[in-house]
Design a protein around this ligand. Structure first.
Ligand code: 13P
Ligand code: SF4
Length: 357
């Protein structure tokens, strides 16, 4: 029963005291978020993992790539724990090291490896935070960098200073939305389809590329449509439509604003009483925003409930289990990035953290 779990989690948390810190992403369910010492977007959570050095155990209520990042940025003495190791991200799974390496080799064959007169290399790889540590390591090794949805524009600017082109993976939408807002024409953003056989991607469009977009997407955010925006506006012409940049370009363009989960929270926090919002992001977050501001009208843009099914895999029962195991002296579900990729992945993350926010 829920009350029994709550009692067990509270007791274990109190007994562990300062030895423990719990981090939670905005998409976690309320029954989990209530135990978090810090709740934020993926960029903030990466920063918190770096600064909360006092705790022996970092229990990460989010998805696997976030826990990997926390492991990379925390101290070697700290253990990062993901309450359910099956909490992955379907978008992150759309790019793996073998297919990115195969793509990279073809791009090298097409563009060469020599810098231009301004010293810019042919391609800079940029990986979205939503990717495995191996892909972050690939970027670290090849002069590339990591970005999140809150700094994608600054990171792309960093990459364009150093490279003639960018290979952006795994989320085509974040790459397209960001580059488009920076003035890159769609004709210079071909999509690389990793499912096509080698050589199956069109080298003619690749010739003029500024940003090569990986064909990945988020199953939650790809559901939002311009029809839903039209319906929300028909219902209330004053509604403010705010969406996450993992939504398709036409949705971002039809919205009033787009930004990371933290950005969306800031917009709602700053709203004047009586304002109405239609929000294009995960439902647990939208509901929490609505509960916190009963003076506003806040609805999800998609009337069909759309939780992130993998974030949802962090159930309070798993949280109780990992905390009680720690109390009993056993570290379960530790996420540890293999040493073979950790150093290079950290380089790519630190490049991101050094970029002006
Ligand atoms: P944020 O970086 O905005 O927290 O988003 C992470 C994510 O997984 C969105 O789907
Ligand atoms: Fe991955 Fe989408 Fe879930 Fe974010 S909302 S963790 S991108 S599947």
């Amino acid at each position: 029963p829920a009350e029994e779990l709550a009692r067990r989690i509270d007791a274990a948390k109190a007994a562990l005291g300062d030895r423990l810190t719990i981090l939670g992403h905005y998409y976690q369910r309320d029954e989990v978020v209530r135990y978090a010492d810090f709740v934020g977007d993926s960029f903030q959570l990466a920063r918190e993992s770096q600064t909360r050095t006092g705790a022996e155990f970092v229990v990460f209520c989010g998805v696997h790539f976030m826990a990997e990042t926390a492991d990379l940025l925390s101290t070697p003495e700290q253990a990062v724990i993901l309450p359910n190791l099956a909490a992955g991200c379907s978008m992150a799974d759309m790019a793996d090291i073998d297919s990115v390496t195969a793509c990279w080799e073809q791009l090298e064959a097409l563009y060469g490896t020599e810098p231009d007169e301004q010293g810019r290399v042919p391609v800079i790889p940029v990986t979205y935070m939503n990717s495995s540590a191996a892909l972050k390591g690939f970027c670290g090794e090849h002069g590339g960098i990591v970005c999140t949805s809150s700094n994608a524009e600054q990171v792309l600017a960093w990459a364009f200073e150093r490279g003639q082109r960018v290979l952006f993976f795994p989320d085509q939408h974040l790459g397209r939305n960001t580059a488009s807002a920076m003035g890159v024409p769609l004709s210079a953003m071909p999509v690389w389809d990793p499912r096509k056989p080698l050589g199956g991607n069109d080298s003619e469009t690749l010739n003029d590329a500024r940003v090569v977009l990986w064909r990945g997407w988020c199953s939650v955010h790809q559901r939002f449509t311009t029809d839903q925006i039209a319906q929300a506006r028909a219902k209330n012409p004053a509604v403010r439509v705010v969406v996450h940049p993992e939504c398709p370009l036409e949705v971002v363009q039809a919205a009033d604003e787009a930004g990371s989960t933290q950005y969306i929270k800031k917009v709602v926090d700053a709203a004047a009483p009586g304002e109405a919002f239609a929000i294009g992001t995960e439902i647990n977050m939208v509901r929490r925003l609505a509960d916190a501001r009963p003076d506003l009208t806040i609805e999800c843009l998609d009337p069909v409930i759309c939780p992130c099914s993998t974030m949802y895999r962090i159930h309070p029962a798993y949280l109780a289990w990992v905390l009680e195991s720690l109390l009993a002296g056993e570290v379960v579900n530790q996420v540890r990035v293999p040493a073979s990729v950790a150093a290079a992945a950290t380089v790519a993350l630190e490049r991101m953290l050094a970029v002006r926010p």
